[in-house]
Design a protein around this ligand. Structure first.
Ligand code: G3P
Ligand code: MG
Length: 254
């Protein structure tokens, strides 16, 4: 077991993390969403990274462009230059027309400028797991200040996490799961995870206790309901990913 004991951990994760930026009040994974998270008082944000056709890391959630831009088709077939023609804001609200799909470099620069911490979710398009982790880690290590707390890496992809472990073993890793399966401990040990990031449904207090007893930080996505968040914190959950940091921050107590 290589989990860093919580008592000696050098990392501090706040109780509230703005999911895809403050994505209830600005278009997800855009610079506007990260600025909004900062304005609302969040100390950390979560964002998703995947690669364009020409292998550049961009901050984007879906495998296709259709839902959150005015373009269409797979991100994996779209070169970075073509993304510059797409609007990633007006689908959310006309006030955000002109927002672009940001590069990883642009997002990290902005976070450094605003002094925000972050969870970088490696969200590879199918078949690009190791490549996505390698490119994203390479860019992040070049830009992220060495004196700042490291980025927390996470992924549903064990290949991506294991690649991150090999490239930057000193940066913490979070294993993303939709539910705790029988093999969760083996998966967490394989990638030397520091935290487990679970979907809020069907998570209950027994599963949280199981992860805490094993020495992991526990983070839960995506919780927007204040009562649910209070329950989670009572169970010992360390951090909650929320689309509405302005709702949960006043309750978080830290
Ligand atoms: O990292 C937590 C959460 O973002 C995982 O799910 O689909 O919102 O990226 P998703
Ligand atoms: Mg995510």
């Amino acid at each position: 077991m290589t989990v860093t004991p919580l008592a000696t951990s050098p990392f501090h994760v706040p109780r509230v993390i703005a999911h895809r930026g403050a994505c209830a009040s600005a278009p997800e994974n855009t610079l506007a969403a990260f600025r909004r998270a900062h304005e609302l008082g969040a100390r950390w944000v979560e964002f998703d990274v995947k690669l364009t056709a020409d292998g550049r890391p961009v901050v984007f959630h879906d495998n296709t462009l259709d839902r959150t831009t005015d373009g269409s088709g797979p991100m994996a077939d779209t070169p970075l230059a073509a993304l510059g023609d797409l609007d990633a804001g007006k689908w959310f609200d006309p006030d955000f027309a002109g927002e672009l799909v940001p590069t990883l470099e642009e997002v990290l620069d902005l976070l450094v400028e605003m002094d925000l911490g972050a969870n970088m979710e490696l969200k590879p398009c199918p078949g690009r797991e190791a490549e996505t982790a390698a490119v994203a880690l390479d860019v992040a290590r070049g830009l992220w200040p060495t004196e700042a707390p490291p980025l927390l890496m996470s992924s549903f992809s064990r290949v991506a996490l294991d690649t991150a472990r090999q490239i930057a073993p000193q940066w913490p890793r979070g294993l993303l799961v939709e539910a705790l399966t029988d093999d969760w401990r083996a998966a967490a040990q394989e990638v030397e995870a520091w935290s487990i990031h679970c979907a809020q449904d069907p998570l209950g207090p027994a599963a949280v206790a199981e992860m805490l007893d094993a020495g992991y930080r526990v983070m839960v996505y995506t919780v927007n309901d204040p009562g649910r968040a209070l329950n989670m914190w009572d169970w010992g959950v360390h951090a909650i990913f929320t689309d509405r940091p302005e709702v949960l921050l006043p309750l978080a107590g830290t």
